[in-house]
Write a protein that binds this ligand. Structure first.
Ligand code: ATP
Length: 222
């Protein structure tokens, strides 16, 4: 059976970078579906400037083409307290057939902080990760992505991981794999978009047209 991807984030707002990398990862890993999972209370980001979860959810619905295997999950929105990835992964694992391969999808910048996530070791016992490269200003990268990742994993996660270059994957005898996906660089972030809106600069081409219209209609991020 084809796998399922779990793509969490604040999506404040969703942008064309999110959409492009999700499409590429879906094709590369032959995934049947990717769930976009907007967080309600992001544990690692401030709540300032955070649009209502319902608006962020609706913008993802508007951004993703229907019938192409991209779904939006409200599981974090309906859960009380901070939106921890470990709880979300457990929820999906409990609700999907055991035989369904599941992957947690994160950008390089997010992965390079995973040692600050709740129960991150358990997370790596539970689910393989797909780490997507991201243009350098959003990460602390100086070396190539695989070298940077290897250094980080060995220091902060587990020194037992070994990089297999042919598979672009870190493997471990007991823990789940960490796949490195070299997606096309898209130099867009939600932070830039929010700043542009405040400055009155056009965000066309940074977000899908439907999202741009929604933001203006609702007066978000002003
Ligand atoms: P912000 O600027 O508000 O921090 P963001 O643009 O990083 O937001 P998030 O909603 O935090 O967007 O991103 C969700 C996930 O998507 C994260 O794992 C992030 O690393 C990844 N991601 C976001 N934009 C890109 C991009 N352009 N290329 C690759 N990964 C990305």
């Amino acid at each position: 059976m084809n796998g399922i991807g779990l793509f969490g984030g604040t999506f404040n707002p969703i942008h064309t970078g999110h959409r492009k990398v999700a499409e590429e990862v879906k094709a590369e890993f032959n995934l049947e579906k990717i769930y976009f999972i907007p967080s309600a209370i992001p544990p690692h980001k401030g709540m300032d400037d955070l649009a209502d979860a319902k608006d962020r959810f609706q913008m993802i619905m508007d951004a993703m083409p229907p019938g192409k295997g991209f779904m939006v999950s409200d599981v974090e929105i309906h859960r009380q307290g901070p939106s921890y990835a470990i709880d979300t992964v457990r929820y999906f694992k409990n609700n999907l057939p055991v035989s369904t391969p599941c992957f947690l999808i994160v950008g390089m910048d997010a992965f390079l902080e995973i040692d600050t996530w709740k129960s991150f070791q358990k997370l790596l016992d539970l689910i393989p990760l797909i780490v997507m490269t991201r243009p350098a200003q959003n990460t602390k990268q100086s070396a190539t992505p695989s070298v940077e990742l290897e250094k980080y994993i060995h220091v902060h996660v587990d020194s037992g991981y070994e990089f297999i270059p042919q598979e672009s994957c870190f493997v471990h005898p007991a823990k789940q794999s960490v796949h490195l996906s070299h997606v096309t660089p898209v130099d867009i972030s939600s932070t830039i978009i929010r700043n542009f809106i405040r400055q009155g600069v056009s965000i066309k081409s940074m977000v899908p047209e439907t999202v741009e219209k929604y933001i203006h209609k609702k007066g978000l991020y002003l």
